[in-house]
Design a protein around this ligand. Structure first.
Ligand SMILES: *[C@@H]1O[C@H](CO)[C@@H](O)[C@H](O)[C@H]1NC(C)=O
Length: 295
């Protein structure tokens, strides 16, 4: 029996998603630091070079700088991702009178789960970006300090700076992720053992994570830039709305700039998507074996 078979109550979906998220981040965090640095740089520096530069000039500890915010964030964020996917799936199946999930519904469900996730994620993301950036990183002692200073100096609404680009980023990623998982699970031979189910989920989740990353990377690049611009009263920031920013970067810096940071990102979110799906499915199956949620 796998996680598609029997829906569990929301709280179990949420818990399984949280456990999956924390597992993923502990393994994958350092690649995210490298990605943000590459995106904020105005010249193109390779991934390995960026890794080496950070270790040499700032020490290896810097690769885990800012991990507290994402650890605190990954739990609610991944929990929201999976619980929202399961819940919206139910809503859409009822709304369209569909007995089963279809390819189209899985993309729609994923997109809506992504929009839901964006609202949870955006304040945490803003703090993380500020801490990871070399120029603004020194201004803050840690996530709590950054949060206080941003609210004090820029106002509480500044925490929702970048909501629009974050919405686009998560809608695109989750539509790709959940849409591909549905498709790849259909294509793979049915799993007959625990081991082959893990294998299937690694493949389906990694393909989903990779495709999601390919479609959303330009949005991720402009989101980093939008969130890294401090709000100054009366001045319209250079990077403001998502799609115009995409076209501005394209015009000023070329197509490659929209995929800056792609390598470490896809290396993280491809396998990361696999880890998430395996842990989520495993924990959900374990909950079912424990008999939770059954009447
Ligand atoms: C997403 O939600 C749908 C609908 O509830 C479900 O069938 C599918 O298994 C979920 N996907 C994952 C990866 O949990």
């Amino acid at each position: 029996m796998s996680s598609q078979d029997k829906p569990l109550p929301f709280v179990y979906q949420f818990a399984a998603g949280a456990i999956a998220g924390v597992s993923e981040i502990l393994v994958m965090y350092p690649t995210d630091v490298v990605k943000t640095r590459q995106q904020l740089a105005t010249e193109s520096i390779g991934m390995v070079q960026t890794f080496q530069n950070i270790i040499r000039s700032e020490g290896p500890g810097r690769l885990y700088r800012g991990i507290l915010a994402p650890i605190l964030m990954e739990a609610p964020k991944r929990a929201t991702k999976f619980a929202a996917n399961d819940s919206w799936g139910k809503v859409y199946r009822n709304a369209f009178g569909a007995q089963k999930m279809t390819q189209g519904l899985s993309i729609l469900t994923g997109a809506t789960a992504g929009a839901t996730e964006a609202f949870v994620v955006v304040p945490f993301e803003l703090v993380k970006i500020r801490l990871q950036d070399k120029a603004s990183g020194g201004k803050y002692a840690g996530p709590g300090d950054a949060l206080m200073k941003i609210i004090k100096n820029e106002g509480p609404m500044a925490l929702y700076n970048g909501l629009e680009s974050t919405l686009w980023r998560h809608i695109l990623w989750n539509a790709g992720y959940f849409g591909c998982i549905f498709q790849v699970r259909q294509l793979l031979p049915a799993a007959e053992s625990k081991k082959s189910q893990i294998g299937n989920d690694i493949i389906a989740g990694s393909v989903g994570g990779t495709v999601g990353t390919i479609v959303n990377t330009p949005m991720d690049v402009v989101k980093s830039r939008i969130q890294n611009s401090p709000k100054v009263a009366g001045v319209v920031p250079k990077y403001n709305w998502a799609w115009p920013s995409v076209f501005m970067v394209l015009r000023e810096e070329g197509f490659g700039a929209l995929y800056r940071g792609f390598a470490p990102k896809v290396l993280r979110l491809g396998p990361g998507g696999g880890i998430l799906l395996v842990v989520y499915t495993g924990v959900m199956d374990w909950f079912r074996q424990m008999g939770v949620g059954s009447k």
